[in-house]
Write a protein that binds this ligand. Structure first.
Ligand SMILES: Cc1cc2nc3c(=O)[nH]c(=O)nc-3n(C[C@H](O)[C@H](O)[C@H](O)COP(=O)(O)OP(=O)(O)OC[C@H]3O[C@@H](n4cnc5c(N)ncnc54)[C@H](O)[C@@H]3O)c2cc1C
Length: 351
């Protein structure tokens, strides 16, 4: 068993890593998925935008709404500089819904799907070191060395593979600190509201029948953010996160693909975190299968993956920057446009 060389090793069993594992197992690859935390484990990110539910149902074969405590929502209250309107997904037809779901529930459904596909290998261990040799990579854990032809980095903000390979992160905003906490849910109906002004934003959303999440982002030089529309009793402490926009300089290379938050991150107002994790995991796994089947087209396959994910990242950045500019007194409130100009010679091919 020590000499086994997997087609693919995946680091991290969040949505991106599980999506990659499910897709690559279905492609017939030999796969080893590494996750150091014990499931179910806590993670933020409970509101899934429209389209995510369909992507997960198709990938897992599990109907999320029928098999979990997920709650549908048809849109959200949007309060901009004091003016409120209801932003309905899919317009008045209400046929394009988002969901609220606890991450521990979602991630466990995804991991169970991986485990249910023969012959999946899931190891509870931490990837500690990566060694790249010709046409092969080795991952050192405290117990063993795992060998594979390809590696997918799905380790989230940890960015294990990116850091081990010395790939630079390109930063596309000034620092954007986030604070989030869980508060008691006293409402009868699911709530989703987004309140934004020139100091930052606050997002309140249902997580479950008893819990809501309250997440705030502070714009540069801001010491406060808008007040939450409704004050609630806090369940436990407050957590911090980094909402700074960034993308790895090289999303795929000789034997690796970066997916999910390890590849790129935009603050949660973008609302595509889980969707991007699922779709990039699936696409990278398909790309690995293609590269293994037909090595003559490896470069085109990697280029297509990088082109697609980079394009999506910048589309989201430009859209969200427009929203931020519309509430502030400058056209470059978070320093996105100045960074685009700085990196333009490097990025010309992608934007
Ligand atoms: C406050 C906040 C609120 C958010 N709200 C939303 C939201 O409402 N909707 C939305 O779509 N997105 C939201 N997001 C974004 C979303 O949480 C992420 O985009 C998503 O979790 C990315 O999934 P992932 O699989 O890439 O990474 P993760 O979910 O972070 O999973 C990475 C996994 O890798 C494992 N790992 C790391 N290093 C190693 C190692 N060396 N060896 C083995 N395992 C390792 C970790 O234990 C973890 O399980 C939010 C983010 C924040 C910070």
């Amino acid at each position: 068993m020590q000499n086994k060389v997997y087609d693919l090793v995946i680091v991290g069993a969040g949505p991106a890593g599980c999506a990659a594992a499910i897709q690559s197992l279905r492609e017939g690859l030999t796969v080893c998925l590494l996750e150091y935390m014990t499931f179910p484990r806590f993670r933020p990110g409970e509101t899934l935008s429209p389209g995510t539910i369909e992507a997960i149902n198709n990938l897992t074969g599990v109907n999320l709404l029928e098999n979990s405590n997920a709650i549908l929502h048809t849109g959200f209250d949007h309060i901009m500089n004091g003016t409120k309107h209801y932003h309905s997904y899919g317009g008045s037809e209400h046929n394009w819904d988002g969901i609220h779901i606890e991450r521990s529930v979602l991630d466990s459904i995804l991991l169970k799907t991986v485990i249910g596909i023969e012959p999946s290998i899931v190891k509870q261990t931490k990837a500690l070191k990566l060694i790249q040799q010709e046409e092969r990579i080795s991952i050192l854990t405290s117990e063993e060395t795992i060998k594979a032809t390809y590696i997918i980095d799905a380790s989230g903000a940890n960015s294990f593979v990116r850091r081990q390979l010395g790939i630079t992160n390109l930063i596309f905003s000034k620092p954007l600190p986030i604070k989030y906490r869980y508060v008691e849910n006293l409402r009868q109906q699911p709530n989703t509201s987004f309140l934004i002004d020139n100091t930052g934003w606050v997002w309140q959303a249902t997580v479950s029948k008893s819990l809501e999440v309250e997440c705030r982002l502070f714009f540069p030089n801001s010491t406060h953010s808008p007040s939450a529309p409704i004050e609630r009793k806090v369940k436990d402490g407050e957590y911090g996160a980094n909402g700074t926009w960034r993308i790895a300089e090289q999303l795929a290379g000789e034997s690796y693909f970066l997916v999910g938050d390890s590849a790129c991150m935009i603050d949660p107002a973008c609302s595509h975190g889980i969707l991007r994790a699922i779709l990039s995991g699936t696409s990278a796994a398909t790309a690995v299968a293609k590269c293994l089947r037909d090595s003559t087209n490896k470069e085109q396959t990697k280029y297509a993956y990088c082109d697609w994910l980079t394009g999506w990242f910048f589309d989201d950045c430009f859209q969200l920057n427009n929203v931020y500019a519309s509430v502030s007194h400058t056209n470059d409130p978070i320093g996105f446009l100045s960074r685009i100009n700085h990196y333009y010679p490097t990025l010309r091919a992608w934007i």
